[in-house]
Design a protein around this ligand. Structure first.
Ligand code: FES
Ligand code: MG
Length: 573
């Protein structure tokens, strides 16, 4: 169907003096809206993924109500609509497997509905990129409201954030946590709705929402249950009415300059490695490609300056008190494009000018004396990762930045768990743990299983970090020397599929290299391991296996990219 033949709905249909107008108003009146309310303009959709299957997004009913107050105060009509919801721990085979489905759901609902603009609610990791990707492709003016972090727990007399659960889980593995404590811990660690309370994927994506101009500056860190978060939501409801009046379409916000600001700020924050995949997917919806070379250049020249968990010492609330994401971006303003617009219409330069100097004790380092000089995240490539791989340097042992060791290979998660804690596993502290067959096709859905645990016999001997290499992703709440998203993955025959136990692998962060030190003629004699089983015959699994792109292309579906990128990327007709 040509564009001209599509009857594109907008909110004006509710005000029309026609049969269509009456029918649309009458259906809304069935919901209890008054004759006056159904004639208000603009009509704003509120995209919610509230679900009891998604504890992180469980505060969205209250947030949506606050958005409605703002829309109504600005003269509009707000109509809430649901999309699917994706929660990290509850989603199988992985949350990434479903991100594109949620993006399609949001895009098509926006396009199908008589609305002039949309407020996007997102919190748990995949729900923020999914709503942004959908809204960019739909093209309707959009504002993002994120859910905010959940409360920090108190355990054994100290503050405990979500990332510290891994330490308790490791201690339980080696018999150091009693049954009673184990049971008590589950009731304590997550003290209410909201996203993970560290600089993990959810918080990083909220920050990116600010940097790209979808979310109000400073809106990422007020806690989920705080009155300030309700104020953010109400202000965003007022704001979207203005964004509709100015006809700011999402695509116009996604420029290479805004993407560079987002990548550099992610590196300054020590943000989640997952963000790089989502940013490439967001770029692709707007017809842009960031690419491994730009990522490497931007990440290697941006200092890591944010001393918050899981990579540093402070809590998100300390960073919030110090001015939040804008205060971090301001410290690297010399590296940013200051003319990029914010959600409220100011430029980032104007926002920075309005900030005071950071107070003493703020968890933001001077860029002249950074926590690491070359960014919290780095991108490497080489003979083991021709299309790139990603590593979070923030939180990794400095000694592992340049490391050569012998591979210990695991083919998938079940193989890893069957071997990792065995006394006879041939492994020492210098080994390189390789987990393969868990990428986009192999997982499927590139699950967050890349944080290979330290083998029990080494862990109990005091080893806390080892070099690990995988085609999987890793939770943004994890840290350690883990090289992730190795592309191409083993399941599509990438070099990872040819590695054998005992092969030497070399990482050199400074040179941006990840190499398999095996001669090409020897590799040519080997058969690849880790190819995935036959893809599912039907349904979503079939669509996913045919169309999901590798991590360096954002893991989006080839046919969902902006039309300008389709020819070069379509995998299969
Ligand atoms: Fe939902 Fe971390 S599991 S934000
Ligand atoms: Mg996560």
């Amino acid at each position: 169907m040509s564009q001209e033949n599509i009857h594109r709905l907008d909110g004006s249909i509710f005000g029309e003096d026609s049969a269509d107008g009456m029918v649309h108003r009458a259906f809304l009146r069935a919901e209890g809206f008054s004759a006056d309310a159904v004639r208000r303009r603009p009509v704003i959709g509120i995209s919610t993924s509230w679900s009891e299957l998604n504890p992180c997004n469980n505060g969205f009913r209250e947030l949506a109500a606050a958005v409605k107050r703002g829309v109504e105060a600005a003269g509009g009509l707000a109509l809430e609509f649901p999309s699917i919801s994706i929660n990290e721990p509850f989603s199988r085979p992985s949350s990434m497997y479903l991100r594109n489905l949620m993006a399609m759901d949001v895009e098509e609902t926006i396009l199908a509905s008589p609305i002039d603009g949309v407020v996007l609610l997102g919190a748990c990791d995949k729900t923020v990129p999914a709503v942004l990707m959908g809204a960019i492709s739909a093209g309707t003016p959009a504002v993002l409201v994120t859910g905010g972090p959940r409360p920090v727990a108190c355990w054994e007399g100290r503050d405990m954030t979500v990332d510290e659960q891994w330490e308790v889980i490791d201690r339980r593995r080696v018999g150091e946590v009693s049954d009673e404590d184990w049971r008590a811990f589950e009731g304590v660690i997550h003290g209410g709705p909201g996203s993970c309370n560290v600089m993990g994927t959810a918080t990083t994506m909220a920050a990116i929402g600010e940097l790209l101009g979808f979310a109000l500056p400073g809106s990422s860190l007020p806690p989920a249950a705080a009155s300030r978060r309700q104020l953010v939501a109400e202000a965003s409801g007022r704001l979207v009415v203005d964004v509709v009046a100015r006809q700011i379409v999402p695509r116009s916000l996604v420029t290479m300059a805004a993407l560079e600001n987002a990548v550099r700020t992610t590196c300054a924050l020590g943000g989640s490695t997952n963000a790089l995949i989502h940013l490439e997917a967001i770029a692709g919806r707007a017809g842009l490609r960031i690419g491994v070379d730009r990522l490497r250049e931007w990440s290697s020249t941006t200092p890591f300056i944010t001393d918050v968990k899981p990579n540093g010492r402070a809590l998100l609330s300390d960073l919030d008190a110090a001015g939040g994401i804008p205060a971090v971006a301001a410290r690297i303003r010399h590296l940013l494009h200051e003319d990029v617009p914010t959600a409220d219409g100011r430029t980032w330069g104007e926002v920075f000018d309005g900030l005071g100097t950071p107070q003493a004790g703020a968890p933001i380092a001077d860029p002249a004396a950074p926590l690491t000089p070359d960014g919290g995240i780095t991108v490497v490539r080489g003979t083991l990762a021709p299309d790139g791989a990603v590593m979070k340097i923030a939180g990794a042992a400095p000694s592992k930045r340049r490391h050569r060791g012998k591979a210990v290979v695991f083919d998938g998660v079940a193989d890893m768990w069957s071997k990792i804690d065995r006394e006879d596993l041939a492994v020492d502290e210098s080994s390189v743990l390789v987990l393969r067959g868990v990428g986009v096709r192999g997982g499927p859905g590139i699950p967050e299983v890349g944080h290979v645990p330290i083998p029990a016999k080494l862990f109990t001997a005091g080893v806390t970090d080892m070099l690990r290499v995988t085609d999987a992703r890793m939770s943004g709440t994890s840290s350690g020397s883990v090289v992730l998203h190795v592309s191409p993955e083993a399941a599509v025959g990438g070099p990872l599929a040819y590695v054998r136990d005992g092969d030497e692998i070399e990482l050199d962060v400074e040179q941006g290299r990840l190499d398999l030190l095996v001669p090409p003629d020897e590799l040519a004699r080997r058969t690849p391991v880790g190819a995935s089983a036959a893809p599912p015959a039907r349904g979503w699994g079939r669509l996913y296996a045919r169309h999901a792109l590798q991590p360096d292309e954002g893991c989006d579906f080839d046919f969902l990219l902006d039309e300008s990128l389709l020819d070069e990327t379509l995998l299969d007709e």
